[in-house]
Write a protein that binds this ligand. Structure first.
Ligand SMILES: [Zn+2]
Length: 291
């Protein structure tokens, strides 16, 4: 879980280095890459909006979101760009003055950012916002992780359901579709599938997916589907292996590990299954799919 960005004094130089690019065209330069790494730490390796785990700093897991979009969207006219209606907020004239403002950047999962896109969170958009001063908190219609505590704005249960605790939290839930059960289910299936296909070998596929189930990152059914589909092992065996590892994780003792290893050995030595090579090519397939 991640609550709020808390900088230390040591971060000042990095913030200034990022600001030093003001006026240039956006690029993931070395300062931005350093800042993204630091943000991941400060965010406890969680997406700022959904709290989903961003385990690795690598393409496919995370995005750097501009809270205030950096540029004008295509065909943005005054009718939409100056409108305060929710359904017009994907149209924006942009805020290029904050392109390299570190407090306008936040790390999100790819799925949240795909839904947020160019959503403009300025409360009153009826006038052009030309100031170089970042909008004050009261004029931001969005959960703002540099000042707001997550749990004051968005409630999240262990089972990954979200509740609105403020208007700002409501905006995030609505725009990132955290209230759509079918979207949430597919998010967790995708995470389970990516984890299964990224695993270096069969053993880590099972242990990491069991860890996901234990952390409630995905359900048992989603983990079983992902593993059975990736490895070509029957759903019954996948479920049995995950449950054995879960028992072990929950303090069930070493006998569960012994049983787990013996079933796993039987799978690995079943020559009809190409388990050694199953994960690699499929991982590339998943990465090629849009989030
Ligand atoms: Zn997210």
């Amino acid at each position: 879980m991640f609550e709020i960005i808390n900088f230390s004094d040591d971060d000042d130089a990095l913030l200034e280095a990022v600001r030093g690019h003001k006026g240039k065209a956006w690029s993931a330069n070395a300062d931005i890459v350093r800042y993204r790494k630091r943000l991941l730490e400060l965010q406890n390796y969680r997406c700022a909006y959904c709290q989903g785990a961003i385990a690795l700093d690598e393409v496919g897991h995370r995005e750097l979101d501009h809270i205030f979009p950096k540029s004008t969207t295509k065909d943005c006219g005054v009718d939409k760009g100056r409108s305060n209606d929710d359904h017009h907020r994907q149209h924006t004239f942009g805020y290029p003055q904050f392109t390299f403002e570190p407090l306008n950047l936040i790390v999100t999962c790819k799925i949240c950012n795909a839904f947020k896109k160019s959503h403009d969170p300025l409360l009153d958009r009826s006038m052009a916002y030309d100031s170089d001063d970042y909008p004050v908190l009261g004029s931001i219609m969005w959960y703002y992780p540099y000042s707001h505590r997550y749990s004051d704005h968005i409630g999240r249960t262990e089972n990954w359901t979200y509740t609105r605790l403020s208007e700002q939290g409501e905006a995030v839930i609505r725009v990132c579709k955290l209230d759509k059960a079918e979207v949430l289910a597919s998010r967790f299936s995708i995470r389970a599938l990516i984890q299964a296909k990224r695993s270096k070998n069969v053993r880590t596929a099972f242990t990491s997916l069991a860890g996901h189930v234990d952390d409630k990152v995905c359900s048992l059914d989603q983990a079983v589907d992902a593993l059975a589909g990736t490895l070509g092992v029957s759903e019954e065996i996948c479920e049995q292996l995950i449950e054995l590892w879960l028992c072990y994780l929950r303090g069930g003792g070493v006998r569960h590990v012994e049983k787990f290893e013996s079933i796993l050995a039987a799978i690995v030595f079943d020559e009809s299954l190409d388990v050694e090579n199953a994960a690699e090519p499929l991982a590339r397939e998943v990465e090629a799919q849009p989030a």
